[in-house]
Design a protein around this ligand. Structure first.
Ligand code: GYE
Length: 341
């Protein structure tokens, strides 16, 4: 009799355990959601494969953070991210991976302009819209991407040239021979092509502007320093450095300081930089960098807006250009505090 009673207690306990486990499972355990509910939730998210070209600069880090913040789960996205480390092959591999995962959209910052026709055709054939972030591509058929969110880098290059014209006029050096060196970002990228071309457009109007050398310093501080050190050893009379991003400028400034030369207003060498990250704006304020041509990396919200518009079936433009400024000592002060990158 006692044994029967014990057995009944054991069976009752087991049943109780099963009931508790079932309730726990249905209610989603500690997370408060059941597994089927979780899958359903993810099903509603827009799956986006993001192919970022690298992490070479402060600008790039800000660009990555901006797109990751905007395309978050809380905002209705399921993002998958890949950093290509400035290598086109890595980007092609990442895009092919996104195609086989059947993502809803591909967001892609191309390291160079050419060489994308085949992989973008594969995305198009798979019915996946491609949104270009930051830089552009040079493809035969522009239906291979739906839109681009980025900057007008040719215009940025022109702004640099126009600032130099004004500066030389102000300083009474308009007709003097001016020796210029250019530190470019990686050759064949939109940022390099645009800024080099835009600056050349203005430079070509001035027979007295001489470009001594134009050299690829990869958009990095270490390369910027190395190349600037070499240029200073080779040319004793550099008047202007055009450095196509702030990171290379930081390196160039170190090399110039090491060579015992000064920069900025009244210094030996005029420094023209691009991007306008906080640290560079502080150097503009302190009179070390003469001018910084802004390039806005905060493109995430624009990209999200474009995707949401496409989801609603709305027409979108082929290009969205972000707003940008030119900073000198005279206007920079009010912008430094709010700069997040
Ligand atoms: O200026 C540079 C970055 O493509 C506009 O790439 C971008 C450039 C930016 O690495 O810092």
């Amino acid at each position: 009799m006692n044994r029967l009673k014990n057995n009944l207690v054991v069976v009752a306990l087991c049943l109780l355990c099963l009931i508790v486990m079932a309730v726990f499972y249905i209610s989603g355990g500690f997370l408060g959601k059941s597994r089927s509910e979780e899958t359903d939730n993810n099903d509603h998210l827009i799956m986006v494969g993001i192919s970022q070209l690298g992490s070479e600069s402060v600008w790039r880090t800000a660009n990555t953070e901006s797109v990751q913040q905007a395309l978050s789960k809380e905002n209705g996205y399921f993002p998958i991210f890949n950093n290509a480390r400035q290598n086109q092959e890595n980007q092609i591999k990442a895009i092919r991976g996104y195609i086989s995962q059947k993502v809803d959209y591909i967001v892609f910052a191309p390291v160079t302009e050419t060489g994308w026709d085949t992989v973008l055709m594969e995305a198009k054939n798979a019915g996946i819209p491609v949104i270009l972030m930051d830089r552009t591509v040079d493809v035969e058929d522009d239906s291979l991407y739906v839109t681009r969110v980025g900057s007008d880098m040719h215009e940025e290059g022109k702004k640099a040239g126009m600032w130099l014209e004004e500066e030389l006029r102000d300083k009474g050096r308009f007709d003097e021979d001016i020796n210029i060196v250019i530190l470019t970002g990686n050759k064949g990228s939109s940022a390099e092509i645009g800024r080099t071309g835009g600056f050349a457009e203005i430079k070509n109007k001035h027979k007295n502007w001489h470009v001594l050398e134009e050299v690829d310093a990869d958009f990095t501080t270490s390369k910027g320093k190395e190349e600037m050190r070499r240029l200073l050893a080779k040319y004793s009379d550099i008047d202007v450095v055009v450095s196509q991003n702030d990171d290379m400028t930081f390196g160039a400034l170190e090399a110039i300081r090491d060579a015992g030369k000064t920069t900025g207003d009244g210094g030996d060498i005029v420094i023209i930089s691009f991007d306008s990250c906080k640290e560079a704006l502080e150097l503009v304020r302190d009179g070390i960098i003469n001018v910084d041509i802004e390039c806005n990396p905060l493109q995430g919200q624009y990209i999200s807006d474009v995707i949401k518009a496409l989801e609603r079936g709305e027409e979108i433009r082929k290009e969205y250009i972000v707003d940008e400024n030119v900073f000198t000592k005279s206007n920079v002060e009010g912008y430094i505090n709010d700069r997040t990158y």
